[in-house]
Design a protein around this ligand. Structure first.
Ligand code: NAD
Length: 371
């Protein structure tokens, strides 16, 4: 195996490494044995990932003489529930895991969020390792310690900040991912360029085909994304300020996901974020904060990799501007009648705007809905 790229997440008392590269599942046993002597493990994954990657992880743990058990849950957002959480907690306790043992989250963001939360509450807090297997989870959800489940009141409303002890991002696992989920994760990669790294965005424009194909550009894109996320988390772990920049495109995106009832057949998160990022740039241009050319450039790149970039591309429609505004108001705090949005002065120049006039957003959405 070629030496992995290491991105440290510097948090006093809770620092950890993100290892990025192909073959990390095969190397996991030796890596864990060296880092956490004497620990036992419980691997939690979903049925799809179990079919493709669990056997290799199990073989690696066995080869390193590590004791482990495994729990397999149903794939998809429907597993971020109290019910599945209870079954995972029950499985972990039945396996007699102690506080010094570790849970391993093998899967995408759903597994990472669920297992991270379970590890934060079992025995008042256990350590856990993220082994993310989707592009989205490798560049975003496995880093930063946000964990949780959904409730009937909305997504991610119950959870904890609980940092992993290690992230092993095996880039070869992405070879089995559906092209649709690969593209969706890529939207989050683009987001880091758009927030504050125009050179990275330009590099992505030139290298996207290689990133999708695999190889060094893929590792480079994931490492740059993780460095960007690690830096934001270091300065604002619990999102009191600048971590909110990571929500670029997400206010519009969440409204579209709500309008689609979180039906992944119609819209997956990264697709909603792609459309949301284009709209954030177009809305910023509308407010004369940024050039319309930047919005066009963002749209052209996302569209070139096959991501949707306009509301009209969402199958089944998203209702009226007023319905979308209701979803936005539910998602956002309103201060003195103004909304907080992530807007931009250009590519790589996103900022937190806390004085956005709701009527302007509504008029903009109405126009976009008209086509
Ligand atoms: P996911 O975990 O549902 O994975 C998508 C699908 O791909 C699933 O069906 C899964 O079984 C399958 N899959 C996973 N790895 C695979 C592989 N290597 N090969 C083949 N199939 C594979 O979804 P996701 O997009 O990874 O994550 C979305 C979740 O992440 C959402 O719940 C969202 O709220 C959460 N999220 C969390 C954070 C955070 O900071 N904690 C950030 C962003 C998103």
């Amino acid at each position: 195996m070629i030496a992995p790229t290491v991105v440290p997440v510097e948090l006093a008392g809770r620092a950890y490494d993100i290892l990025i590269g192909p073959g990390l599942i095969e190397a996991a046993g030796a890596e864990l044995k060296a880092r956490f002597p004497g620990a036992r493990y419980c691997v939690i994954t979903d049925e799809t990932v179990a079919e493709t990657h669990l056997e290799r992880l199990a073989a690696s743990l066995t080869d390193a003489d590590l004791a482990f058990s495994s729990i397999v849950v149903t794939p998809g957002e429907g597993s971020k529930t109290f019910e599945t959480l209870e079954s995972v907690v029950d499985g972990v306790l039945s396996a007699r895991m102690e506080r010094g043992d570790l849970l391993i989250a093998l899967g995408g963001g759903v597994i990472g969020d669920l297992v991270g939360f379970a590890s934060g509450i079992v025995r008042r807090g256990m350590r856990f390792v993220q082994v993310p297997t989707t592009l989205l989870s490798q560049v975003d959800s496995s880093v930063g310690g946000k964990t949780g489940i959904n409730t009937r009141h909305g997504k991610n409303l119950v959870g904890l900040f609980h940092q992993p002890a290690l992230v092993l991002a095996d880039t070869a696992t992405l070879d089995t991912l559906t092209p649709r989920h690969m593209r969706a994760g890529y939207a989050e990669v683009v987001k880091y360029g758009l927030i504050d790294d125009a050179a990275f965005f330009a590099w992505l424009e030139a290298n996207s085909a290689e990133i999708f194909a695999g190889g060094p550009a893929r590792i480079g894109a994931i490492a740059t994304s993780c460095r960007a996320k690690a830096q934001v988390v270091r300065i604002d772990e619990t999102e009191q300020g600048p971590r909110a920049l990571l929500n670029l495109g997400h206010t519009f995106g969440h409204a579209f996901e709500t309008a689609c009832d979180y039906d992944a057949e119609r819209l997956v998160h990264g697709e909603a974020v792609a459309i949301g990022m284009v709209l954030a740039h177009e809305f910023s241009a509308r407010l004369n904060l940024a050039s319309p050319d930047d919005a066009a450039r963002v749209k052209a790149h996302l569209s070139a990799v096959g991501l949707p970039t306009s509301i009209g591309e969402i199958p089944g429609g998203v209702g009226s501007a007023d319905e979308l505004m209701r979803a936005i108001f539910q998602d956002k705090k309103v201060k003195r009648g103004r909304l907080t949005f992530i807007l931009t002065r250009g590519i790589g120049e996103a900022f937190i705007a806390d004085d956005v006039v709701p009527e302007q957003v509504r008029d903009f959405l109405e126009e976009k809905l008209a086509g």
